[in-house]
Design a protein around this ligand. Structure first.
Ligand code: FAD
Length: 289
């Protein structure tokens, strides 16, 4: 089923997974995680493409597995490193697997990216315009604190509107730890005519070593009160994990109270993290989603 259609009649709960970097064993472990995620009754599971060095060729196969389990997959596709022929081959494979939803992205530029990176699809908008003819339900990414390459949030928002005009019918946000940034994004996007649902992305911060990673990966601000708790208890992993899970729950409850159309959880392939969040919020997810 198309995600934009699901969003017309309910809030969505979704999880993001990534194809593992190395071995078959890791891929098997991911399949077992996906089996567990199914039990949490998500509306869809998204699968990244080439992000963080993961194997891009895994995206279609993993999306197909999710579909066969009876859960809706959202396959990410990236235009930056691709030619139109690459995209047509991938979308045709996804189509054959019964995948109806794709998240169109420019992609994370590798550190040593080639001069022709983005030659065919300089921006996600160009990819959306190309993929449109294939009939997928298409989503795009958005950035509550603005995209790192854009000088102002408002220039970034103007580009966001182009994604909708090109054919994106929903958006998923970059992770954030201060909900104010998400509310500002939604308010300002609505003012300039972005009308599609904007799903907030939440990543439970369950380990102190992830702070530096988050800073370098996406630059999300970590509020000082949360940061203090993490740093003070960083040598106590069990305490740290509980703080991170509860903080995510706090963010989710606030987002739902403020009318968010769903929750997208970045779970880094850890089904147990998703299960703990869902366990703490079973009535909220059962009754309000
Ligand atoms: P774009 O929308 O092209 O934006 C990139 C920059 O260009 C922004 O500064 C924007 O303001 C500007 N811009 C956009 N359109 C125009 C235009 N028409 N004219 C001028 N400037 C423009 N990366 C991966 O490699 N694989 C993944 O699977 C993946 N999944 C992601 C999922 C989510 C929900 C998010 C939020 C990010 C994901 N990323 C992934 C990271 C993403 O690829 C990077 O953040 C990348 O730097 C930007 O991608 P984009 O699609 O937002 O690009």
């Amino acid at each position: 089923m198309r995600i934009d259609q699901i969003l017309q009649h309910k809030r969505t709960l979704s999880f993001e997974v990534f194809p593992p970097k190395k071995s078959e064993a890791e891929t098997d472990a991911l399949f077992r995680s996906i089996d567990k995620l199914k039990e949490l009754r998500p509306d869809f599971i998204s699968v990244t493409y080439g992000a963080g060095g993961s194997l891009s060729r895994g995206t279609a196969a993993i999306s197909g597995y999710i579909k066969r389990l009876g859960v809706e997959p959202l396959a990410h596709i990236t235009g930056g490193p691709s030619t139109p022929q690459d995209i047509d081959a991938l979308t045709s494979e996804l189509h054959d697997l019964g995948v109806e939803n794709v998240l169109c992205l420019r992609g994370d530029r590798p550190q040593d990216y080639a001069a022709d990176y983005g030659k065919h699809f300089p921006h996600a908008t160009d990819l959306i315009a190309h993929v449109r003819k294939h009939g997928f339900c298409m989503g795009g990414a958005c950035y509550p604190e603005g995209h790192a390459e854009c000088e102002t949030l408002y220039a970034d928002l103007a580009n966001l509107k182009k994604k909708q005009e090109a054919g994106a019918s929903f958006l998923i946000s970059q992770l954030f730890y201060d909900n104010t940034y998400y509310y500002r994004l939604v308010t300002e996007a609505r003012k300039i005519g972005v009308t599609v649902p904007i799903l907030p992305g939440i990543m439970p911060l369950v380990s102190a070593k992830n702070i530096a990673k988050i800073k370098s990966m996406c630059g999300s601000t970590i509020p000082i009160a949360f940061r203090n708790m993490i740093e003070i208890y960083s040598s106590r992993p069990a305490v740290m994990r509980e703080i991170g899970l509860n903080y995510a729950v706090y963010q989710i409850i606030d987002l739902i109270a403020m009318g968010a159309p769903g929750i997208h959880l970045y779970i880094m392939n850890h089904a147990d993290t998703a299960a703990e969040i869902c366990g703490r919020m079973q009535h909220v997810f059962r009754e309000l989603f």
